[in-house]
Design a protein around this ligand. Structure first.
Ligand SMILES: [Zn+2]
Length: 266
């Protein structure tokens, strides 16, 4: 493997490990919850001769856009706290085959029988959309943000417009940094192509999607920035619940206050 690619792998592995630790510390990654993947465009430079000689593992559909791509993916059943402590033993490197219908696990010294996250199909559906429409976003992150899941347990808020009015109105920074708000994905069985495609639809115009009663999927250029967006949304949800717990309906930022924020430059 070329030196430039090896350096990139080390850098991205370290960044994923740092963020995995933050997800665990925030209480958003109980047991094996959460998964992260990073698409490495430089992977396209890796010829099929460099890949594992073992047969390709099948994918549930053909991901033509991703053919030949190299991705870092957290392993199935791994704990985010372990990803943080021992990243090279809990993050795999995979290469989508040239046909786009299977993948190879590329050997890294510490890996044994680790397999990719059970949400691989959803990650690949999202990466396929990102590669075509938002190529600067190479990170896909899924985590169980308690406050945001709690919001989607309230039927009245399971509506994209109401959800975004609530979240963006709770703090100016949420509105500034996530002006498009979140996409809402109604409850569906995890690990399936159906939820993957529904998530892609929600993420086409948003950087974050909320899975009803389950968690969050977010995309970003780097793991840290992807985490930051989730963190902002969690802050908004916490403020909303704090007000409600105190017995008040939060007022939220007014339309003119929100308009004023659109003029800010950062
Ligand atoms: Zn999950």
């Amino acid at each position: 493997m070329r030196q430039e690619l090896l350096s990139l792998l080390e850098e991205k592995t370290g960044a994923v490990a740092s963020v995995a630790g933050w997800l665990w510390q925030r209480g958003w990654a109980e047991r094996n919850a959460g998964n992260i993947s990073v698409r490495l465009d430089k992977g396209k430079q890796l010829s099929s001769h460099d890949q594992s000689k073992t047969p390709a593992l099948a994918l549930p559909k053909r991901f033509s856009t991703l053919a030949g791509s190299l991705l870092l993916v957290t392993g199935t059943n791994t704990r985010m706290r372990d990803v943080a402590d021992l990243p090279r033993e809990n993050i795999l490197l995979i290469r989508i085959n040239d046909e786009g219908d299977g993948y190879h696990i590329l050997p890294r010294a510490e890996m044994t029988r680790l397999r990719p996250t059970s949400e691989l199909a959803t990650h690949l559906c999202i990466h396929e959309m990102l590669a075509a429409k938002r190529p600067d976003h190479s990170v896909v992150m899924h985590t169980h943000v308690t406050e945001l899941i709690a919001l989607t347990q309230i039927k009245d808020l399971c509506d994209e417009e109401k959800l975004n009015r609530t979240l963006l109105g709770m703090h100016p920074e949420t509105s500034v940094f996530i002006p498009a708000g979140v996409g809402f994905v109604p409850y569906s069985l995890p690990g399936t192509i159906a939820i993957g495609e529904a998530t892609v639809k929600a993420l086409e115009n948003h950087a974050v999607a909320l899975w009803e009663k389950h968690g969050v999927f977010a995309t970003g250029p780097e793991p840290e920035e992807t985490f930051d967006m989730i963190d902002l949304l969690a802050k908004s949800a916490s403020i909303w619940f704090l007000c409600r717990s105190a017995g008040y309906d939060p007022e939220g930022l007014s339309v003119s206050q929100l308009d004023g924020l659109t003029k800010l430059k950062f």
